[in-house]
Ligand binder design. Structure first.
Ligand code: 5GP
Ligand code: ZN
Length: 111
C-alpha cells in the first residue's frame, strides 16, 4: 500500500521517533506547527478515525499521548491533541494519527 505512515512504521521512510511500543510509534512532524509537534501513529493501517473501532487502539492513542506528554513535561504548560478526519477536517495523510501540539500559546480558534 502506498501510505507514507506505513512506510515510516516499516522503517523504509526515515523519521525521528520519540516513542515506540507494540502498537504505536510517536514521531516528530516534518512540518511543525508549534515548537513541539508530534504524531501518535498506530502501527496498523486505519485510513481515518471512522475506520477504527478497536478500543485498545482508540484508547491507546490518548494513553500514549499522555505518556509522552508526561515524559516531556508538556502538561506543565499545556498541550493540544488533534485528530483531523477527512478533507474538511484537514486530514492530508490517510493513516489514522493524533497530533500533539505544545510549546507556545495555541490559538483559541479551532478552525
Ligand atoms: P493531517 O493533515 O493528515 O492531520 O496531518 C498529517 C501530518 O503529517 C502533517 O502535519 C504533515 O506535516 C505530516 N507529515 C506528512 N508527511 C510526513 C513525513 O513524511 N514525515 C513526517 N514526520 N511527517 C509527515
Ligand atoms: Zn498506512
Amino acid at each position: 500500500m502506498d501510505c507514507i505512515f506505513c512506510k515510516i512504521v516499516e522503517g523504509t521512510v526515515p523519521s525521528t521517533k520519540v516513542y515506540e511500543d507494540d502498537n504505536f510509534i510517536v514521531i516528530k512532524d516534518i512540518n511543525p506547527q508549534a515548537p513541539v509537534h508530534l504524531l501518535v501513529i498506530p502501527k496498523r493501517h486505519y485510513s481515518t478515525l471512522m475506520d477504527c473501532d478497536e478500543r485498545d487502539i482508540l484508547g491507546g492513542l490518548i494513553d500514549v499521548a499522555k505518556r509522552v506528554s508526561t515524559e516531556k513535561r508538556l502538561h506543565e504548560r499545556g498541550f493540544r491533541l488533534v485528530i483531523n478526519t477527512n478533507e474538511e477536517g484537514g486530514q492530508t495523510v490517510f493513516h489514522l494519527h493524533m497530533h500533539i501540539l505544545a510549546g507556545r500559546a495555541l490559538s483559541g480558534k479551532m478552525g
